[in-house]
Design a binder for this molecule. Sequence first.
Ligand SMILES: *[C@@H]1O[C@H](CO)[C@@H](O)[C@H](O)[C@H]1NC(C)=O
Ligand SMILES: *[C@@H]1O[C@H](CO)[C@@H](O)[C@H](O)[C@H]1NC(C)=O
Length: 375
Amino acid sequence: MNWFKQQLANVVGTEEPEYGPTAVQPVTKQDVPYSILSKDDLRWKAMDHTNVETETFYFYTDDGTTAMAQVIYSNVGGLHTTAQFNSKIFNYEGPGKHLWCSDPLKDYGFDEPKTSFYADNVALEMNEAGDTYTIKSARNDNCIVNLTVKRAAPGFQLGKDGTTYFGTDKNHPWGSMRHAFWPRCTVTGTMQTPTKTYNLEGKGTYIYALQGMKPHHLANRWNFANIHTKDYSAVLMEYTTPASYGNTTVGVGGIAKDGELICAGECTAEHLTSMRETPHDWPEPRTILWKWSGQEDGKAVHSEVRGSLPVKSDRVDVLAHLPGFVKSFIGHATGLKPHIFQYLSNDELELKVKVGDEAEVSEPGKVFTEATFIS
Ligand SMILES: *[C@@H]1O[C@H](CO)[C@@H](O)[C@H](O)[C@H]1NC(C)=O
Ligand SMILES: *[C@@H]1O[C@H](CO)[C@@H](O)[C@H](O)[C@H]1NC(C)=O
């Protein structure tokens, strides 16, 4: 019966019944706390049922520019696939505050090992050694991308496979959510706009994500935080399932130094205070507390960022930005439109790291964070 209801929900896009929290198996509960990524772990899955797969790169240049680039590959109902290339340069020099380019792709596909993606005017390639991506796009003249992202610390995923499973039968899950991270990378190359060529020399973070089911059935709240200090890079991804999976919150992330993973494990993201622009709006976070925990060589690692967020950098209307196929899934439940609040902060927030009984280290850093409200 559950299988039938699930199929019905998949086809007609209805809300799911309340299966409860036992119908989700968070990756944070797996026996293996985390695993180091190999090249194999970063193959595109290109699954043949509804899912959204993304490879996203965040850039923080030494001279203060923040940017991102992303390939989205998705399958709708097992019927057709789409691919999209997105890029964003925050606070760029040109009309409008940020430069956002989002373009559907044609003639897309993968190389044989499925570690590289190609499309008309776009290539996202992993090298032979499995430690570097090159990102090239001439898909949109407003943002011509030519970047190299090199892993500067081990990549990781939580558990043995980075995956939280959804479904009432643990042995036959009907959905999944996976994240894999390169927390600390070096970035070189350019993003070229009609007015300026941005030299994106600096640090970066890479995240592979697979939402192996309709995205809005997996999560209705997201928190994402990415920090680069002088010595550390930290990444955190937290999501909360809809009521159908008991409003279960899963938080994953880790911290790295050059050449070394400091911790990978369960994370939490709290909005200590929030505000609404109007009474009928989402509660936008104002002060936050992000926490990381894990083990390094048998020593407990605790880390946190606590403080006020600056004025938001952007407020993204998810429906306006998503490719049409995802749009068709969402937009009925609450009457409130899904929104992402984005913030950039430069040296205003500090990452505190405590390893075993060593002295706590505290370093200010460049921060990009998002709070997403879907339904
Ligand atoms: C892209 O960057 C690489 C290395 O920085 C350079 O050798 C190459 O010529 C660039 N390609 C284009 C099309 O600009
Ligand atoms: C989940 O959250 C919704 C909205 O906040 C609430 O109405 C519902 O009771 C919660 N369900 C569970 C199982 O906690």
